[in-house]
Design a protein around this ligand. Structure first.
Ligand code: GTP
Ligand code: MG
Length: 306
């Protein structure tokens, strides 16, 4: 996916050109994907207030005159209860071994917990530089933030502790500067205008899943998966055919809603987002299908792209 913004040519100045990979890690719902989007200034990763929203590794590239920072958005690390959960955790750990910088995200408005200590311990084993990022600072007052910064700095050995808010934009530039400082000297990794190297079909499927997550509760968010079957350009219109999978017939009824009212809403919301992403008009055709207990079934998981 390429963006419209003009890139700068690296090198030339006194400072060396730096380029490399970074990722945010942390428990589900810590704000990793929102932070990734806020830093690159484009919505590439989907977000929601449900834990375990992210399921794919998404790369977002931030271009600066003297650097290129590739942010790899990963799922939240959690105690897996399904085969899908195990696969997601594997994905997270394999990303850790490939990046130069890791930002451990801990929300300002929640106490530091056992999960954070566990992740900190695992990160200590890696060669990457590890920073702590205290997220969602807009949700707390100064006193609470100071206490949280102290608690986080006592959690482990971090190269830096940076408080940020993806919502207000507070300290985002500082965080980028700090992370970039730990990248290796390297030639440019991606072309000037490239925002992500993820296939359009994956980004589109994610936007549909994000819309489908809106307003559903309990176990249902985890049961939803989306596959884009076809994208057919017709003039300046893109025709998109996608399947929304759930695990049980009862869930299918909820996703579709009374007289298909919910599904229509999901379609409208997703279509707007996809039009923004692709820059064309979109016709979106959604089908809801049942893939029984897909989160636990290796064959179904493969079919759904995991
Ligand atoms: N107020 C506030 N809310 C935020 C901020 N960053 C994220 N959120 C909210 O926190 C929730 C979770 O954000 P995500 O970015 O989806 O969290 P995540 O860490 O990617 O979650 P998983 O993908 O499930 O691991 C969403 O409802 C966001 O809107 C922030 O800086 N301020
Ligand atoms: Mg996420």
């Amino acid at each position: 996916m390429r963006g419209g913004r003009a890139g700068d040519v690296g090198g030339g100045g006194a400072r060396p050109y730096r380029a490399g990979f970074a990722c945010f890690v942390g428990r589900p719902n810590a704000g990793k994907s929102t932070l990734t989007n806020a830093i690159v200034g484009t919505k590439i990763a989907i977000t929601s207030n449900k834990p375990q929203t992210t399921r794919h590794v998404i790369r977002a590239v931030l271009h600066r005159p003297e650097s290129q920072l590739v942010l790899v958005d990963t799922p939240g690390l959690h105690r897996p209860r399904t085969l899908l959960g195990e696969r997601l955790n594997d994905l997270v750990r394999s990303t850790w071994s490939e990046v130069d910088v890791i930002g451990l995200c801990i929300p300002a408005d929640e106490p530091v917990g056992r999960g954070d200590r566990f992740i900190t311990g695992e990160l200590a084993e890696l060669k990457a530089t590890v920073l702590a990022v205290v997220t969602k600072t807009d949700l707390v007052d100064k006193k609470r933030l100071a206490e949280q910064l102290l608690a986080v700095s006592e959690l482990g050995e971090f190269a830096a502790v940076v408080p940020v808010s993806a919502v207000s934009g507070h300290q985002l530039d500082t965080l980028v500067d700090v992370m970039t400082g730990y990248l290796p000297e390297s030639p440019q990794l991606y072309p000037d205008d490239m925002l992500t190297d993820d296939p359009e079909q994956v980004l589109v499927a994610e936007l549909i899943r994000e819309a489908a997550l809106e307003g559903v509760r309990d176990e249902l968010p985890h049961s939803i998966a989306v596959v884009v079957e076809e994208m057919i350009p017709e003039g300046n219109l893109m025709k998109i055919y996608a399947d929304v999978y759930v695990e049980r017939p009862s869930q299918k009824a909820i996703v579709i809603g009374h007289r298909a009212s919910r599904l229509k809403e999901v379609g409208t919301t997703a279509r707007r987002q996809i039009e923004e992403l692709l820059g064309t008009r979109v016709y979106l055709d959604l089908h809801v299908r049942v893939a029984k207990d897909w989160q636990r079934d290796p064959k179904q998981l493969r079919k759904l792209g995991f």
